[in-house]
Design a binder for this molecule. Sequence first.
Ligand code: ATP
Length: 349
Amino acid sequence: MSSQLELQKVQVKYGDFTAVRDVSLSLETGQIGCLLGPSGCGKTTLLRAIAGFESVCAGQVSINGNIISSPTLTLPPEQRKIGMVFQDFALFPHMNIQRNIGFGLAKLSTSERQKRVAAQLELVGLQDYASAFPHELSGGQQQRVALARAMAPNPDLLLLDEPFSSLDSELREQLAAEVRFLLKQRDITAILVTHDQHEAFAMADHITLLNEGSVAQSDTPYNLYHTPLNEFAANFIGQGAVVDTVVNAQGELENSMGSLDKGHPSWTVGETLRILIRPDDVRYDEKSPLALKITTKSFRGAEYLYELELEDRQRIPCLTSSHVDLPVGGYLPITFDLRQVIIFPTVNT
Ligand code: ATP
């Protein structure tokens, strides 16, 4: 069975500058993918190449097994059966909501169009707003209209370009979960572009993390968080610190946190390895003899995020309940749970 969307080694250039290099990904019907990464990493360029607004200079893009982009072919956007939702909603201000949603349905008969629009309005919970104008709706409601309009023609693929970034953070997360539910209900294949990992986690089944135009990791949200393949992925996703540790005479990792209970036959004594410490690997334990100096702390409602200093000045994060309220400069007693610890390639010793 062919994938709904397939990118094979796609490359996009602006003049001599390669904005996207060798990107491959595939989505099955109903899967939600995400292009994630820092500003300038090539997310929008890749999305535009999928939509047909940019040509590819190597590789190919196909939908349902049909090639729509290659170095010798760029099928025009309007022939791709792709729906788009933009950051700024892009609704037509002088059309009411039902006309906005029905805009791409000119080929349908009037009664079919009305039925389709009514179904879309119901899907996004805006039945009572059919005659309202965009400016009479909240940002979240407008984005639901934009989604309904993009889904109305039953596209093969839906592209969502930073769709929640103009909304406040609470609404953003709520809407992301809501939109995921709607897409899943209709088995719609979609790609979301965002630089916000919370949005990516809330919506996507699969994330392609980009760094300077190339794929840093392509994986499930769970794997991206728990088993980053490189320091870029580790630093971009979630909180954490990558710290140096030395393999001690017993073959275990050791630094000023003490000897860490993990050994591997391939390590050599004296070798320096880089390990990723997530806040959830470090536990507050009032009975622990090991206490680390608190360098900063930030209140997050249910939790405090502490930054702790090791003897060699490297810093690591620790999450505690917000009832554990110790001052900066004080010492936090901790234990480590390093069962899941991630180790990156050796640096020079
Ligand atoms: P952001 O999150 O800031 O929107 P992005 O990840 O979407 O960033 P792109 O907009 O795809 O990144 O840009 C990728 C690279 O290509 C950047 O270095 C950018 O400066 C460059 N670029 C984008 N559009 C053009 C263009 N029309 N001409 C030349 N270079 C471009």
